[in-house]
Design a protein around this ligand. Sequence first.
Ligand SMILES: *Cc1c(COP(=O)(O)O)cnc(C)c1O
Length: 362
Amino acid sequence: MQFIDLKKQYASIKDDVMNEISQVLDSGQFILGGKVKELETELCTYTHSKHTVGVADGTKALLIALMALNIGPGDEVIVPAFTFIATASMARLLGATPVFIDVAPESYNMDANKLEAAITKQTKAIIPVSMFGQCADMDAINTIANKYNITVIEDGAQSFGATYKTKRSCNTSTIGCTSFFPSKPLGCYGDGGACFTNDDRLAETMRQIRIHGQDGRYHHARLGVNGRLDTLQAAVLLAKLRIFDKEVQARELIGARYSELLKNTNCITPKVMEANTHVYAQYTILVENREEFVNKLKDKGVPTYIHYPIPLHKQPILQQFYTGQDLSTSERLAKQVVSLPMHPYLDEKTQDEIVAVVKSSL
Ligand SMILES: *Cc1c(COP(=O)(O)O)cnc(C)c1O
């Protein structure tokens, strides 16, 4: 049994992927070029964003977004304590100070009620993460941010395809960042990512940063990186985007079916918040005796993953920035989360088998 079955997906789109890739090979244009532009246009349409900047990966998307906001030493960036390391480490890489706030117990996303208390004169950005595939309470977060003139960057690495009210994830704040890592909802066959914005100036700045801060050939107006989306990956993504709506639908159905089948058992299933649709980048439940539970599943051939076992404020490279605030929900989640096999090609029979093993192991 696969945790995420990418081979089934490939079997269904092989011809289209091969056709897209061979167009790139025939063109000889391997850096940026037509396919990256074409993908950026498609992604603008999909997210209703004015601008998409294809970048090397989701981590680089966050780095480029933060660089475009001129974030550096002395600045504070507010992040949820329960997330993947990149949400905070890119701010740190630029010399800024990560400030951790707890996540809400039902959504597992940044708790907007705790945001205002964390804001200081140094706060430059807030990075809510759309954890596991559903957005945070973006209206509440944007309202507070606007009051203090702070920029919000949505880390939508896990939520591409999800909606928040009438908006698409990655277009819910000033900048949205996503990842096309193979196992993400929209994944390529290597590394990839994108930044989204409706702000012309920020879009131009991010475009420059992804190519060494270049504003004319070999003329460098600002510091940048080599952060371009690979052209072959853009071609793969064009093929994948054509089946994406169908896959998002399948994800929603499979996620909802898990929750229905696991109702009234001794685990906590994900709650889809009212403003949201959920793309279940991970289908993550909470259990009490996780180690024992995971081992039982492993013995019966059901793969699981822990996303994530250590909250940010306990990570060796970040713990120095923990100032004693209450992060108890993040700590509890880190102890109790376990993700079950989840992908758009998970058939009912396999899902029933997983659920039977889960029930007998709780
Ligand atoms: C995957 C992920 C990233 C990083 O994306 P990469 O493409 O792997 O660099 C950042 N933030 C979150 C929340 C992620 O899940």
